[in-house]
Design a binder for this molecule. Structure first.
Ligand code: PMT
Length: 311
């Protein structure tokens, strides 16, 4: 039966074709080097309620999980394609919000030959030089590519293009789907064109279900890849069953299950036949260790076993 294009009904963002080419070139270059490549999706999708949008439906995701995970994947030698919500947490930079470096950095004399020199007390920006070095190493090695999305439609088109770019890498490609993707949207054909007027009284909106993209991803877009979805719940009593249900329905390899209150201190890695709880101890928190380092370490081993099995 012909594959149904679930993404086609969402408006294609400007620049999507160019990004598809850039991502395909990135994946092909790193694949030719024999490097594993991971797509990390990160942050929340924004859903417009009007055709000339003033109002949107959004969600809580800060992008911290994705940004921290990118750092761990790069340190582990992966090439990383980072599909992230514009202005959400960015690898390395997220540790230093503008108010920290605006206060700490100052010009060290006038620019000379076009070179701007800045200086700061080392203790005012702890870890800044190391973060800059790590980012620049990845940039120089060409192992990191960041692609921005804002709306749900942007995300869906770019996800599809990223999957098509990574598909030729077979089992060496990993999908790490940490973005918080909206389950609801208003189709373009049903949107009011102009700003919804408050003079019309209380607002009732009927939203359609967004099709789960895990399904075409696993079946059609990248069927040989190692695929990890995330499951977020607020009720701990249902999380493992929901994760198991996702594995059953989509037939992918791993679900990382997390509960809203503890997303940055504990997760459960769920596979068809295992459950592994990862937890940060107080000592690890004090040492600045992040749960994402443990998640990536665990998934890297599983990815190695997956590649061996497929080969
Ligand atoms: O960004 P932070 O603030 O650090 O928070 C990190 C996080 C909690 C957002 C992250 O750890 C996380 O759990 N992300 C997934 C949240 C989520 O959307 O869960 P879900 O149960 O609604 O979706 C499950 C999976 O289905 C997700 O991997 C998603 O990529 C996928 N999905 C969702 C909607 C959709 N239409 N198609 C999909 O394929």
């Amino acid at each position: 039966m012909a594959e149904v294009d679930l993404v086609a009904e969402f408006p294609r963002p400007a620049g999507a074709a160019r990004w598809a080419e850039v991502m395909a070139r990135f994946a092909a270059r790193l694949g030719a080097q024999g490097r594993r490549v991971v797509l990390v999706t990160s942050g929340g999708t924004k859903v417009p309620l009007e055709a000339r949008p003033v109002r949107f439906l959004d969600n809580f995701s800060s992008g911290r999980r994705g940004a921290m995970s990118v750092e761990a994947f790069l340190a582990a030698g992966y090439g990383v394609l980072f599909l992230y919500r514009a202005r959400s947490a960015f690898p390395y930079a997220h540790r230093f919000p503008p108010q920290t470096w605006l206060a700490a950095l100052r010009p060290a004399g006038p620019p000379q030959a076009g070179l701007l020199s800045l200086e700061a007390e080392e203790k005012a920006l702890p870890g800044f030089a190391a973060a800059l070095r790590s980012y620049q190493e990845a940039a120089t090695a060409g192992t990191f590519l960041a692609v921005e999305f804002t709306t749900l439609a942007d995300y869906l088109h770019l996800l599809q293009a990223a999957a098509q770019a990574l598909n030729p890498l077979g089992p060496s490609a990993m999908f790490y789907l940490a973005a918080a993707v909206s389950d609801f949207y208003v189709p373009v054909s049903e949107m009011p064109e102009h700003k919804i007027q408050s003079s019309g009284g209380p607002l009732q909106i009927t939203m359609k279900m967004v099709p789960k993209m895990l399904s075409p991803l696993v079946k059609d877009w990248a069927p040989k890849a190692f695929i990890i979805s995330f499951k977020l719940e607020t009720d701990p009593s249902i999380i493992i069953n929901r994760a198991r249900n996702a594995l059953e329905v989509y037939q992918h390899q791993v679900v990382v299950a997390n509960i809203l209150e503890s997303i940055h201190s504990s997760v459960v890695i769920v596979t068809k036949d295992s459950e592994t709880k990862l937890l940060l101890t107080e000592e690890e928190v004090a040492k600045g260790i992040a749960i994402e380092e443990k998640i990536v370490d665990n998934l890297q081993s599983r990815h190695t076993a997956f590649i061996c099995d497929r080969n």
